[in-house]
Write a protein that binds this ligand. Sequence first.
Ligand code: ADP
Ligand code: MG
Length: 476
Amino acid sequence: MAQGIPDKIMSNTALIKDLANVAKDAALLQGVLMRIHETPNSSELVTYAPFTLFPTPVPKAVFLQALAVQTHYNTLVDKISQDPGFLEEALASTIAVDDFTARLFRIHQQILKEGRSQSIVLGLNRSDYMLDQGEDGSSSLKQIEINTFAASFGGLASRTPDVHRHVLKVAGKLEESRRILDNNPAAGLAKAVAKAWELYGSERAVVMFLVEEGQRNIFDQRYIENELWKRNISTVRKRFDDVTKTGSLDQDKRLFVDDQEVAVVYFRNGYMPENYISEKTWDARLLMERSLAVKCPDISTHLAGTKKVQQVLASPGVLEKFFPDQPQVVEQIRATFTGLYTLDMGPEGEKTVAMALAAPDRFVLKPQREGGGNNIYGSEICQVLQGVKESTERTAYILMDKIHPTPVQNYLLRRDGPLKISNCLSELGVFGTYVRKGKDMVMNECAGHLLRTKSSEHSDGGVAAGVAVLDNPLLV
Ligand code: ADP
Ligand code: MG
């Protein structure tokens, strides 16, 4: 393991067993928690959120590169969200065949037609990367995707550094333990929410976390809630159903849910088609979008985070349109792009199809979905493309180069999981926050990081999907 944990520790079974127990207790003590699968809505039984026994080596230069580009990504997302012409053109082929994106797009258009009632915008993003391994052993930062909706694990990631520090100390690795970085996305995310709340300007109004039906990952959100309570900002947790039953707008379009005025709606649910169980759920989304409450994200920022938009951004000249006088910003962002290819009808899309069919292992085929487990790999790419290649259905997908990070050995600790050494791949996320009021960017910050690691057996899937686990970078 390059500059990581020496083999004599990694292969010492008795020591690893002891360290795993130490690590799990440390995670429980630090509050790296999740509710259990069986009872997602009860805190009577909780467990540690899955995590790695050891931190993972990450080259310092690429880590700093990821932090440095974040505020530019924030600006980019925000600019896209304010460019209806761009969104319409970028998403035209996709919304013709993808019902979910089309539905979101219709809300976006309706809001544009009615006029946005709130000029304050709150963005809490997470840009995710893998470090692509070059033939010379170098690694380059390549973006997997940007999440503009419900980017999670900022709360728990604020508590994992102390867990790894402790494990390393017990393992006799004091020097490495000192190299684990502080990280506090919970505070950073809350700072931006607090700013939006303050600009909304009503002491009585609350921050509403719009949460899932099954709330296994509640503690991740509680950290952000607690940071807001520390600032004497009230938070409430509501589901779509609560909004359906009790939500209303007054004559000034102020949003009330259960008789409380809502200053900020922070969506932690609503990014998957399954989240919209009926027309009433869609009505609730529309009600919130129409309201004076600050939405995180608003509907246009939600659309700015689609995979189709990501692909269009990689086309020649597109970034330049958003940053006409800032070639160095364009360069900084573009350096993090890997190959992204359109499947739109026409010669370019034909080329993409042929390329993917000829070498499917080089690519990932992605539909417009979030939450892990939706992407298509290897021979399945051929199966799917053979089925849709002659029809517009193919435009529901984008094609992307597969990124190859260097595998690193580690132990993945999860409840009921066997303690065994795994070949692992990591994904680095960087949190970005911004608040805009009208034309003024009043805040634009990088708010910390998240490292997630999974066994290389799995091509896809995040922590919530039960595949990846929480980790920390050990800068080398
Ligand atoms: P989701 O919105 O479901 O999180 P992602 O684009 O983040 O979709 O993909 C899910 C997972 O698939 C990632 O966490 C990563 O493990 C893997 N993945 C996605 N794109 C690539 C890629 N280009 N190369 C290698 N792995 C990828
Ligand atoms: Mg992802």
